[in-house]
Design a protein around this ligand. Structure first.
Ligand code: GDP
Ligand code: IMO
Ligand code: MG
Length: 431
């Protein structure tokens, strides 16, 4: 396959960034196609830690082209800060390595203000958003009042649209959300300063990508979040505001469906979630605390502790089926070392009835009693394993059960945070 999409199968933070960084070595172009800086992808390369929010995880390899597609929502200030940060650290050395779609939408300070004020108002019913304005920015896109990077080309018309938007947003902020209004002139001035820095990255990214694909270049599409956070297929309303599956590649990067070779799902060997919403396999005992510490499960975007649960094969099957996944990379197997017994959720029970799939009445997810299969654990350190036969038999057995219960080929296994701490069983670019 020359073109591969990487998609999270749980509620995000599955380790997509690490796997994309690893596969980027074999790719020419790496593309973000949805989401914004609500994503946070952590990479550990040669002992150095990088957190990427907007720039694709190809940026840590020399000479790879990084594309930010039209389906994303981008906070311009956050983008410039991320570029500067990477360049200070000797990465993304050449500006021409980053291509930003004219059609990507901008996240403006009023989006952040609305996001945060709404969440505060919701109190105990809050979604637990990152507060970065992602939902309100996508709302404006769909309402056809969003500002795109294309609007920066003609700054006079940009300012006019900005002022029109802010008049309406301020009314909403002041009257309904009882929140502070936004100063249009301040934002216009900030954007005027950023504009020249941003214009040089603008590109007709769909045309660039179709040419790259036609030329036989290898293109890697980096999903953000995860299928359970998908606006259509996730645990609505406790989701993000974009489609997070492979189908979003076509709209969000502007390529034809025949141009996507396959989809690699990324799942953690257990499950985590940040923010509110149902979580059938959530662990409430002290084991959650030790897994959180062992797996360093604190949100890289907001620092919030992640909720922890067992691997849920029902959710995984849902994500794998929806995306027609070619294979699965299972990360963080090393974090399960020392836990005995281990559990995998194989089905749900709701009011005495057994479900192999997520119930069609989604509200029932709140009442699920997971059906668990127990598996024996292992105590050996597995961080240096680079082949399956270097893993203890019980770890291999765990992987076999995940693969069988999800009915998917296991393509990779993560055994540590570092780039090379991975068992590669099958590289999608070589399949
Ligand atoms: P993403 O949002 O899907 O890219 O995932 P995050 O980067 O938010 O969270 C995954 C975390 O786990 C990061 O801190 C990674 O460095 C780390 N990580 C990824 N794979 C592994 C693994 O196999 N083992 C361990 N111990 N850590 C991993
Ligand atoms: P990566 O790409 C984990 C969650 C938020 C919240 C919900 C809505 O790093 O896997 P939003 O700010 O998007 O409106 O918040 O979605 N969320 C994530 N959780 N990883 C992510 O991204 C997430 N992106 C959004 O915590 O529950
Ligand atoms: Mg993350």
């Amino acid at each position: 396959m020359n073109t591969v999409a990487v998609v999270g199968i749980q509620w995000g933070d599955e380790g997509k960034g690490k796997i994309v960084d690893l596969l980027a070595a074999d790719a020419d172009v790496v593309v973000r196609f949805q989401g914004g800086n609500n994503a946070a992808h952590t990479l550990v390369v040669d002992g150095e830690k990088f957190i990427l929010r907007l720039i694709p995880a190809g940026a840590l390899h020399d000479g790879k082209v990084c594309v930010i597609g039209n389906g994303t929502v981008i906070d311009p200030l956050a983008l410039v800060q991320e570029i500067d940060n990477l360049q200070r650290r000797g990465r993304l050395r050449d500006d021409s390595l980053l291509r930003l779609s004219y059609d990507a939408h901008m996240v403006m300070p009023y989006h952040r203000a609305i996001d945060q004020a709404r969440e505060a108002k919701l109190g105990g019913h809050a979604i637990g958003t990152t507060g970065f304005g992602i939902g309100p920015a996508y709302e404006d896109k769909m309402a056809r009042v969003g500002l795109r990077f294309d609007d920066l080309v003609n700054f006079a018309s940009f300012t006019e649209k900005l002022e029109r938007n802010i008049r309406e947003k301020n009314l909403y902020l002041r009257v309904l959300l009882k929140s502070r209004p936004i100063d249009a002139r301040e934002i216009a001035e900030q954007m005027r300063k950023l504009r020249r820095r941003l214009l040089r990255f603008l590109c007709d990214t769909p045309a660039f990508l179709s040419q790259a694909i036609a030329d036989g270049k290898r293109v890697l599409f980096e999903g953000a979040h995860g299928v359970m956070l998908d606006i259509d297929h996730g645990t609505y309303p406790y989701v993000t505001s974009s489609n997070c599956g492979a189908s979003a590649v076509f709209g969000g990067a502007g390529i034809a469906s025949r141009d996507l070779g396959g989809v690699l799902g990324i799942g953690k060997a257990y499950t985590t979630r940040v923010g509110g919403g149902p979580f059938p396999t959530e662990i409430k005992s002290r084991l959650a605390e030790s897994l959180r510490t062992e797996g360093d499960e604190f949100g890289s975007a907001t620092g919030r502790p992640r909720r922890i649960g067992w691997f849920d094969a029902v959710l995984a099957r849902h994500a794998i089926r929806l995306n027609g996944m070619w294979g699965l990379a299972l990360t963080k197997l090393d974090v399960l070392t020392g836990i005995d017994p281990l559990r995998i959720c194989t089905a749900y029970e709701i009011r005495g009835k057994r479900y192999q799939e997520i119930p069609p009445e989604r509200h029932l997810l709140e009442r699920v009693k997971p059906v668990y299969e127990e598996l024996p654990g292992w105590t050996e350190n597995i961080v240096t394993a680079r082949a399956l036969d270097q893993l203890p038999a019980n770890a291999r057995h765990y992987l076999e059960r995940v693969s069988a219960l999800c009915n998917v080929r296991l393509a990779m296994v993560g055994v540590g945070a570092a780039r090379d701490a991975t068992i590669v069983l099958q590289n999608p670019f070589e399949s």
